[in-house]
Ligand binder design. Sequence first.
Ligand code: MSP
Length: 485
Amino acid sequence: MTNKFYITTPIYYINDRPHAGHAYTTIFADILSRCHRAKKERVFFLTGVDEHGIKIEKAAREAGKDFGVFCDENAGKFQESWRILNIKYDNFIRTTNPEHIFAVNRALEILFKDGFIYKGEYQGNYCEECEQFKNEKDLINGKCPDHQKEPVLLKEQCYLFRLSHFEKKIKEKILGGELIILPEERKNEILNFLGEGLKDIAISRRAVKWGVSLPFDPSFTVYVWIDAFLNYLTGLGWSGKPKDVSEFWPPDVQLMAKDILRVHSVIWPALLLALEIPLPKKFLVHGFFTVEGQKMSKSLGNVIWPENLVEKFGADASRYLLASSLAYGGDGNLSWNRLKEKYNADLANGIGNLFERVFTMARDYNYDYDNNDNNDKIDKEIGDFLEKTKTNYSQKMDDYQLYEALGTILSFVKKLDQYINQKEPWKLIANKNPEAKKILDSLIFGIKNIIILLKPFMPEKMAQAESYFKNLGWQPEKLNLFPRL
Ligand code: MSP
């Protein structure tokens, strides 16, 4: 039986279309799922949208639209963005799906029946943008630091979830490595946070209409995060019965940025423990990027939209540029100038130029592609460098270090360029010197391998390059994979 690999992205709020930040996470998940598919594993890649709650209610009102219509329109925009970025997901979950709502209802009934949800009163500062209660010490000058907005004081009769009950158990699961949090610093952050103690949380909202009604008290809707977390189960077709989880369960990797790690590390495992469902294996947490040094925001007018990226660079180059925009665990900055520079350096003058150089020489030599798979014919210098590259690349990919993995490929590209400059095969080709064949064998072999390594990042361009060089003798035009900008 082959391995299974279940990977998820957060489900994004549907108050607007997706921007480059959402695209980054989704591309990351797509790249990992393509790597696992290439290993012939059974892969399930889930993404989707988070449609309920006050944030969406407000956005729909501001747009003067019916909630449902507003969500349908924006869900379509997400799907369109993922389509133009060559994202190949297995399901796109919407929390307004009747099947999802049905399962959420069932789960709530179980939690209520088992005493994990009880009636009480809650008072706290609520940031409507985060859809989260904030502690005094989370605020800076009385404002939510992420949204520069004062939270509203909420005091209401409500239903609470017995989060405190799970504090010890969650800590044990993280410490014991049953729930891995990567990078290590993020894990420590969560352990420190858990060390401060967990309080029960309010999970019902009387004022919010756009949400899933509590089955045992329909005058409330459920806190949007409870509804949202269950997507990771319903996205696999879960009906709400704890024992009925899919064969893909549990998630192997749950990808997210640092902004939502805390809720994921606390409420989500607690819900699963209460329902007696196995926990996810791993949370993989990436940093945030700013744009031209500032928070990406509509009011600043600096939002980078996927469609603008694709228009300028094409789908695959946009994937490449975003995937290499954050080093492992760190934050980063996007700027249009930097993106263009990187496109020209890595893709047009780097990878694209190398391919073109080699294909041109191979064409001049009438190179025979069907017979170039023989490792013995490869120059040792190139063969050794390639082996080292493959090992480093695999290690980086196993550690989820996309930017670093791409770096190993770029070094190999440089090596091949130097090799060409040094060997000057064009002279040998002009003189019909048979030595040219060995050099071309090595170069073509190198390129074949670059294509394999880059495929998860740039599936369409690499498929194009592959079919081009296999039929080189019949190509009427240059490949021009990444035209200079
Ligand atoms: N709806 C919740 C998630 C519920 S999951 C059960 C939510 N949605 S969100 O639309 O705000 O998406 C947050 C996620 O979008 C981040 O965790 C990250 O994956 C991605 N990003 C949004 N902006 C980003 C950057 N500026 N940089 C990198 N990633 C960013 O939270």
